[in-house]
Write a protein that binds this ligand. Sequence first.
Ligand code: MIC
Ligand code: SF4
Length: 782
Amino acid sequence: MSYRFRNFAILRHQTYIKKKNKNLKIHSMAFDIEMIKKVYKTMPERVDKAREIVGKPLTLSEKILYAHLWDGNPTTAFRRGKDYVDFAPDRIACQDATAQMALLQFMQAGKSKVAVPTTVHCDHLIQAKQGAVADLKRANETSNEVFEFLASVSNKYGIGFWKPGAGIIHQVVLENYAFPGGMMIGTDSHTVNAGGLGMVAIGVGGADAVDVMAGMAWELKFPKLIGVKLTGNLNGWTASKDVILKVAGILTVKGGTGAIVEYFGPGAKNLSCTGKGTICNMGAEIGATTSTFGYDDSMERFLRATDRAEIADEANKIREYLTGDPEVYENPEQYFDELIEIDLDTLRPHLNGPFTPDLATPVGELGVLAREKGWPIKVDWGLIGSCTNSSYEDLTRAASIAKQAVDKKIKAKSDFGINPGSEQIRYTAERDGILKVFEDLNATIFTNACGPCIGQWDRSDLKGDEKNTIVHSFNRNFSKRADGNPNTHAFVGSPEMVAAIAISGRLDFDPMNDYLINEDGEQIKLDEPRGIELPPQGFDVADAGYVEPVTDGSKVQVYVDPTSERLQLLDPFAPIGNTLRGAQLLIKAFGKCTTDHISMAGPWLRFRGHLDNISNNMLIGAVNAFNKKTNFVKNQLTGDYEGVPDVARAYKAKGIYSIVVGDHNYGEGSSREHAAMEPRHLGVAAVLVKSFARIHETNLKKQGMLGLTFANESDYDLVQEDDTINFLDLDQFAPDKPLTLEFVHNDGSRDVIKANHTYNLSQILWFKEGSALNLIKKENAA
Ligand code: MIC
Ligand code: SF4
């Protein structure tokens, strides 16, 4: 029986009851308002204390961090980028693709309920093909087992459940759960989207979320702070998206690593709340821990429009605590570790790509570059939506362009796809005739879900691996991401720019200067986009798709079929131990190695709840430095070349540990802990790279592995294909003490190198116990 029909005591939240029965005067209430009031009650005292201890005015980021210390009132001034600090986040959000592993781990922790408000959102497992109705029906059939599992675990442990079709996690969080000054973590790297509503919201691996669900502290190295001062006003074709496209161009995909990016200045106040969300969302693409904005009128408007006047009223009472101190914003260079200034008056619209989100080119200059580089000029698809850009404002701005095409008799040259961010947005946009505008241009309205953004796209217009170009308003454009085709050149832009480019069908089109020819042969220039920040008649929705858990979940059964190919209960990992010798090099990865290369999404999303099955995608996208091929590495036992998972399994079968070597920013991208659990499951003991992306490094630590960096970067070049690796001093593994590794080459020669690490004492304990989860279980049993 499907979870939709089961007698779950489905109590729809009062907000939605109210919306359905407009005449009934039911007091609408924000989710978890008591928790929010509690945070606001202690915030002033804690912030004042922190200011005293730090001895200077505080940024917003510091206020939120110091107000969420696990130990309560601040007593120490933490060193940015150095000290590990225990925090107490207010809430957790998980999406279906990562929640499976997170909840499978939580089920082992021995708790009866989650310790902080938590939600699960079904959004990643819905493939875009024919359009919302047919696609959602198919997803409910093909992934029923997984949705059932997530629904029942949620019900059992007191977790709010958002059904498939309810929307994309980050949009639903922004509309329902985010609140100024709050701290949340989420098992998805774009959790940072909630910074648009003034939160410190951070993407983590499932094991981190499990700590907090189990009532423990959450640890993070106290971040560095990057300030971005915005002046002026957005105008013409320039959108919020262009702010982050520009910042990405400046900072690159690793420039934000270990830092919170705090936006401020008069320009920040002029941006809408959802526009701020877009900017924070793509902060994940520069590796930032998170991004945030101070509480202002735009946030207040958004809270009131989304039925959360009560939060706005509470926030107004402590307004000055929910933004940075005035002294900080007056002399930012004294308070931030790095400062960037952007003048919105002169900012130009950008398109970033292909293959990396930081390759920023102003729109008018793209034609020359594309011709020089051989990027196809013809654009096949324009995709609008995703968690990044699917607000009411985004849709209205893009629709204002689409409408001109219809009115002025211009046929769109590319196909159009729209992914609304939530059912509330979709319902409201349909009511207000916005979706109709896109439909008039023959757009396909896909489900309120991730769809093409995560490779859940059955793209029928391509036969093979043809070279082609698409433009989208998503956030990531790594190779193969949208459709699995390595030759799809994806460019990221604002929804209105995507609309204009898709209508023209050309990557070199510059709507500010170029003309289009309509059906009557006339030259037409598109007018500048116009948007509406919030729906003039208010948001509306019939069924938002929320399922409240029962109060007592002790009787709820969670069933995992032992023969399932989609779900598998977890076995604890055995500790690697303190002697590690004779390990084999599995792969020396060359160049960019994102989590998409390590554990691809798309078709593999179906195995996200089954560790052994999903391990068959381990590192199959990584390029072997010795032959520049993917999924083709030497099996040192036989001398044959095989797929990476096969070779790893061969070593594992013989009880031999293996090692992965990589380049810079290894593990960039997603929070998916599969990228760490798969190597752990297949016997990889250590990942040694030039540098790590933050979430991935933590994920490796949590799973009881060694995540190491070359003390001397050029030692990467010493690693040879047939190497055997000995760890010479693992028995002395200690904080701040590099490890010594010996690489024994095929000809018998040896290189001894130093590898740095960032493990503190408790993280070393995770390694010793085999995983962080093993430690939780042990502590719970004691
Ligand atoms: C993504 O955008 O890559 C994802 C899919 O949302 C991931 C999470 C995942 O891999 O499941 C993310 O960003 O963390
Ligand atoms: Fe979904 Fe894409 Fe957003 Fe990730 S980035 S949550 S895949 S819409």
